[in-house]
Design a protein around this ligand. Structure first.
Ligand SMILES: [Zn+2]
Length: 299
């Protein structure tokens, strides 16, 4: 959700200047929630949601977040446990989920991600880190580093009390989307492959693949869904998320068949179900991405 995250950060900065920041959403809209013994979820505004699992000897964090958020998250995590943070899992490569990798590594953690996610970070991460340092010089002593624990389709963390399976199902929100599945507690952390509200950034997506991935995730017997953005969800969150892509593809595809131009399609697409769920109309960029896919411009 990079562009939106950036916008909300900029909006907050502007409001702060005007002395109106109390009206902006706070970074943490609530206290961290313990979903099951040792399994935590923290909703975050303007960056990605975060989770952590307290194993017998260490903590596994789910989503590194933006650099400026990570130290605040670490503070919250340390209020819940004295165990060392040994692993940080990126659900995907976007900055609001993975930018702080190097900072976590400087704090002694190892960063874990799916191999396509690492490949993307290897392409663009160093430059983005430099750009971030221009705005956040307090991180200047932190050297850029890539994730070191890489998995192609599955990696398991387990001890006597917890089991976390890191899984991937293919191209959805990005080419390297990973999920953290906790079979004992029936909890899944989805990253941005499932969000709860109007947060679907689709610039790196395959909506066709996304529907297939959500179908696969649905086969897992989860009861609680921790989305990449928005409040805590459940099985219904996945159903609404998938309905958005199905409805959007159907609406755009139907208008393409009628020979409508993109400008006409953009004007005509209405998705009442999505508007009810997410509180917004689909954006031009979302309609455009589906249009590009259905006219063969995204492969
Ligand atoms: Zn994302």
């Amino acid at each position: 959700m990079n562009p939106k995250s950036l916008l909300s950060v900029l909006a907050f900065a502007l409001l702060s200047c005007l002395g109106l920041a109390q009206d902006a959403p706070s970074l943490f809209p609530s206290e961290p929630k313990e979903l099951a013994p040792g399994v935590w979820f923290q909703q975050v505004n303007g960056s990605s949601n975060c989770g952590w699992v307290v194993f017998d000897d260490y903590v596994l964090v789910i989503d590194a977040n933006f650099s400026w958020v990570a130290p605040k998250l670490e503070e919250r995590i340390k209020k819940t446990t004295s165990k060392p943070i040994k692993y940080v899992f990126d659900t995907h490569c976007h900055g609001d989920h993975a930018e702080a990798n190097s900072w976590w590594i400087s704090r002694g953690a190892q960063v874990v991600c799916q191999e396509e996610c690492r490949a993307e970070l290897a392409k663009t991460g160093a430059q983005k880190w430099q750009e971030m340092l221009g705005k956040k010089p307090e991180f200047k002593d932190v050297e850029f580093k890539l994730p070191t624990v890489i998995f192609p389709d599955r990696k398991v963390f387990e001890d006597a009390h917890h089991r976390v399976e890191l899984l991937t199902f293919g191209w959805a929100h990005t080419k390297g989307d990973g999920f953290a599945w906790l079979p004992k507690e029936k909890i899944i952390f989805t990253g941005d492959a499932c969000v709860n509200g109007p947060f679907n950034y689709m610039g790196d997506a395959s909506t066709e693949g996304w529907i297939g991935v959500l179908n696969d995730v649905e086969k897992l017997p989860f009861a609680t869904l921790c989305p990449g953005h928005g409040p805590l969800g459940d099985r219904g969150t996945l159903v609404e998320q998938r309905a958005f892509f199905l409805d959007l593809r159907q609406a755009v595809g139907g208008l393409i068949k009628e020979g409508k131009s993109f400008a006409e399609i953009e004007k005509k697409v209405e998705l009442p179900r999505y508007e009810k769920w997410a509180g917004k109309k689909p954006s031009s960029s979302q309609i455009m991405r589906v249009h590009e896919e259905l006219t063969g411009k995204v492969k």
